[in-house]
Design a protein around this ligand. Structure first.
Ligand SMILES: Cc1cc2nc3c(=O)[nH]c(=O)nc-3n(C[C@H](O)[C@H](O)[C@H](O)COP(=O)(O)O)c2cc1C
Length: 200
């Protein structure tokens, strides 16, 4: 098994991308483990529009090999009406072959999201993202309340996964607690992957 945790996200205005980088940092705090940061392309009503091969900013686009090669997966999306964003769902809906072959079965996974408002559906989104991963046979890793930041945060951070409240104008910086919980989730995910058989 590889040493890589795939940190895969969609982000329109950069908040989920920021969370992804903190999760990646946590992954790399586990000796021998590496974060492979990737994003899904946007989708348009006319889906046949050719995408440039590389995104203009952020991580490279994900490939099928990234999925099969990873020892674990952190999946992130902004909240859209209490659910994951269409580009991420669209990508997941193309993973039938990986589902059929069991490419992700038995590997650990975690989820993360960003909302503009405090009660705008973070938990609903995180749970909706966990569902397809359970169908893939993945083992969901959350954040336990033994993490002091989970008891003390007044913005994002949930037992279901990492999160950020970006504000209605999108100008909230990631709080210390949100950052700590995202890093903790990355570290926990990489540690579980290593215990399950990824080489140290
Ligand atoms: C179509 C649409 C639906 C949204 N739905 C919600 C929502 O249900 N709850 C919420 O708090 N924010 C909602 N938002 C705001 C985004 O979740 C928020 O701005 C997020 O931080 C953006 O993340 P990003 O910077 O990674 O793109 C919505 C935004 C759009 C464009």
């Amino acid at each position: 098994m590889s040493h890589d945790i795939l940190v895969l996200y969609y982000s329109r205005s950069g908040h989920t991308a920021q969370l992804a980088r903190f999760i990646a940092r946590g992954v790399e705090e586990v000796p021998g483990m590496r974060a492979r940061l990737r994003q899904v392309p946007p989708v348009a009503p006319v889906t046949e529009i050719a995408m440039p091969p590389e995104p203009e900013d952020g991580a490279p686009y994900v490939s099928r090999a990234d999925l099969t090669e990873c020892a674990g997966l952190a999946l992130g999306s902004p909240t859209r009406f209490g659910n994951m964003a269409a580009p991420l769902k669209y990508f997941l809906d193309t993973t039938g072959a990986e589902w059929a072959s069991g490419a992700l079965a038995g590997k650990p996974a975690a989820v993360f999201t960003s909302t503009s408002t405090m009660h705008g559906g973070q938990e609903a989104t995180l749970l909706s993202m966990a569902l397809p991963l359970l169908h893939h046979g993945m083992l969901i890793v959350g954040i336990p309340y033994t993490e002091p930041a989970l008891n003390n945060t007044v913005t994002g951070g949930t037992p279901y996964g990492a999160s950020h409240v970006s504000g209605t104008r999108g100008d909230n910086a990631i709080s210390d607690h949100e950052r700590e919980l995202a890093r903790n989730l990355g570290r926990r995910l990489a540690d579980v992957a290593r215990r399950l058989g990824a080489p140290a």
